[in-house]
Design a protein around this ligand. Structure first.
Ligand SMILES: *[C@@H]1O[C@H](CO)[C@@H](O)[C@H](O)[C@H]1NC(C)=O
Ligand SMILES: *[C@@H]1O[C@H](CO)[C@@H](O)[C@H](O)[C@H]1NC(C)=O
Ligand SMILES: *[C@@H]1O[C@H](CO)[C@@H](O)[C@H](O)[C@H]1NC(C)=O
Ligand SMILES: *[C@@H]1O[C@H](CO)[C@@H](O)[C@H](O)[C@H]1NC(C)=O
Ligand SMILES: *[C@@H]1O[C@H](CO)[C@@H](O)[C@H](O)[C@H]1NC(C)=O
Ligand SMILES: *[C@@H]1O[C@H](CO)[C@@H](O)[C@H](O)[C@H]1NC(C)=O
Ligand SMILES: *[C@@H]1O[C@H](CO)[C@@H](O)[C@H](O)[C@H]1NC(C)=O
Ligand SMILES: *[C@@H]1O[C@H](CO)[C@@H](O)[C@H](O)[C@H]1NC(C)=O
Length: 480
């Protein structure tokens, strides 16, 4: 039950000499029995008396699901730096560290390289080819209707995922005489403070169906990402290994620690893990997510457009005034009644998970988001416009504006906006002109969407027997 924090690397490992560890302070702690232990808070705290009128019991509201809430953020007391809100990379109240080895004054924003764990940030329309567009209503146009599809804000990791298994590995290692030093010295006192998932019921039925489709097809994205990861972090593994003994780091641990950087920052305000990784590590981390989402829920997936068809059909229904047909993952009990599915509203908002947002973008045929050759498993060639953190971050939001623009003909126009970037549709919506504000005729767009939906055979794409592989842009539909 002993764990030591000593600069072992300086004493023993040859590698340490190469990484200049001689400068590390000689920290030595004899007992750290809590290293890697789980210290999540529970909700409600034990001893709480619940007002059953305000919070009805499970029998009435249904199963609560897992409720570990994580430790209270206390960065003001525990973080070594204060999150001043005055720099290009500030995200008050989150501390945004600079990558390992970066020069003072670097403007690299690590939080933009966390894939779906990034907090959302404004994406420039220029990234997708509309340098002059803005989310503000174009001059002379009035917004008459809005549709919003958004993802929940930051959440805890799903139970049993990488971050908690890293904690388990660390806790286990203390039994074998774990020693850490230098950059890793903080691990000796580190405990796991995140809660678990806090699943919201919304969209569970959908996820069930998505899960069924995944099982049929295996997961192209996950294996593409793993292939890329082998080797991508070799030098970082070597650097960190030189500062620890009693534990053997591999690529999974590196990815788990990068995830801890993201989750801890989002949940606790500060993470010592962020300091461990170089700019290149963060670029590789983002690319792991780019690959994973491109091939699991983007154009590289043969089922993504089918999985997004439910939202597309609901969306079309709101324009045509007819309830959606049962040809997707929609629950007809919900979508065939004005109680749950009112038509003729001026504002619609749907909440969901990031995978469903991406599936929906595929169903909408918004190919400007994925412009370029399929992502290469061998490494980022920077030839495709797709970046996961721009499309599926926490609180991502896909907006439709329906506008009245008297200067246009016809005057009823429509356009799509993702995280503040206006998406051009002239190349994927036949008949839509190249418009600097991303506008196109409402009628034209509705008919393209109806065509896209009718071409989308949910049963075939989700359940037929075909093979699909990485390195192909399927535009989200099964090969025939
Ligand atoms: C815990 O450590 C022991 C001894 O090194 C090892 O055999 C075992 O696989 C480890 N378990 C986990 C879950 O890492
Ligand atoms: C770990 O925590 C102990 C007790 O809280 C403290 O004395 C020690 O300095 C800490 N060690 C490090 C490396 O922070
Ligand atoms: C990285 O390390 C792994 C495992 O040791 C090895 O198989 C791989 O060839 C290395 N890759 C590179 C690019 O160095
Ligand atoms: C890394 O090590 C952990 C156990 O310590 C293991 O579960 C995991 O599969 C390993 N990852 C790789 C890529 O070998
Ligand atoms: C559809 O919604 C209804 C009403 O909430 C519910 O009773 C039913 O279980 C749902 N069906 C599926 C397949 O989820
Ligand atoms: C909606 O449900 C009602 C009652 O079950 C049924 O008669 C009707 O055909 C359904 N409409 C659609 C569009 O599915
Ligand atoms: C979808 O976009 C592609 C171009 O990316 C286009 O060839 C195709 O016709 C579009 N589909 C529909 C239904 O408009
Ligand atoms: C799917 O197709 C392959 C190749 O044609 C065949 O070998 C396999 O048995 C089929 N699987 C099912 C479940 O029909």
């Amino acid at each position: 039950m002993k764990s030591q924090i000593v600069p072992v690397a300086c004493l023993a490992a040859l590698l340490a000499l190469l990484t200049g560890c001689g400068a590390a302070p000689a920290t030595s702690v004899d007992e750290a029995p809590n290293t890697g232990s789980t210290t999540s808070d529970l909700f409600p705290p034990s001893g709480t008396v619940v007002d059953s009128e305000l919070f009805p019991p499970e029998a009435e509201v249904g199963e609560a699901g897992p409720t570990p809430t994580g430790a209270e953020p206390a960065a003001i007391q525990t973080a070594p730096v204060y999150p001043y809100n005055d720099k290009a990379t500030s995200h008050f109240p989150l501390v945004n560290l600079q990558p390992h080895g970066s020069s003072a004054g670097s403007a690299f924003d690590i939080s933009k390289y966390w894939g779906n764990l990034s907090p959302w940030y404004s994406v420039h329309s220029a990234d997708y080819g509309l340098p002059d567009a803005s989310p503000l209503a174009p001059e002379g146009c009035d917004i008459t209707q809005m549709h919003l599809l958004y993802r929940h804000g930051a959440r805890y990791p799903t139970s049993g995922q990488g971050p908690s298994s890293f904690a388990t590995k660390l806790a286990n290692a203390t039994k074998n005489g774990l020693s850490v030093s230098g950059d890793l010295a903080f691990l000796g006192n580190w405990t796991y403070k995140l809660g678990a998932e806090l699943l919201t019921p919304f969209g569970r039925s959908q996820n069930f169906l998505l899960g069924a489709a995944y099982r049929q097809l295996g997961s192209i994205g996950t294996s593409a990402a793993s292939k890329f990861a082998v080797g991508a972090f070799n030098s970082t593994i070597a650097r960190l290994q030189s500062q620890a003994s009693g534990i053997e780091f591999n690529v999974t641990d590196i990815v788990n620690m990068l995830q801890l950087c993201a989750y801890e920052t989002n949940a606790l305000g500060y993470s010592a893990f962020c300091d461990l990784f170089s700019e290149e590590d963060f670029l590789n981390f983002e690319y792991l997510y780019d690959l994973s989402f491109y091939y699991n829920n983007g154009p590289g997936s043969p089922v993504s457009a089918a999985q997004g068809k439910g939202y597309l059909d609901k969306y079309i229904a709101r324009f045509t005034g007819k309830y959606p047909a049962p040809q997707s993952a929609l629950n007809e009990t919900f979508d065939n009644t004005s109680t749950y599915f009112p038509l003729d509203q001026s504002i619609y908002a749907d909440a969901t998970h990031e995978v469903v947002v991406l599936d929906a973008l595929m169903a909408f045929n918004l190919t400007a988001l994925f412009d370029g050759p399929p992502l290469s498993v061998a490494g980022n060639r920077w030839q495709n416009s797709f970046v996961a953190s721009k499309v599926v971050p926490f609180a991502t939001h896909f907006t439709t504006q329906v506008l009245s623009c008297p200067a246009y003909s016809p005057s009823k126009q429509i356009r799509f906006i993702l995280n503040d970037a206006v998406i051009p549709i002239d190349k994927s919506y036949p008949g839509c002109p190249a418009d600097p504000s991303g506008l196109c005729s409402f009628e034209k767009v509705v008919s393209v969407l109806q065509k896209r939906s009718s071409e989308n055979d949910f049963d075939y794409d989700c359940f037929a027997n075909y093979t699909a592989e990485a390195d192909v842009d399927y535009n989200g539909r099964a090969p025939r």
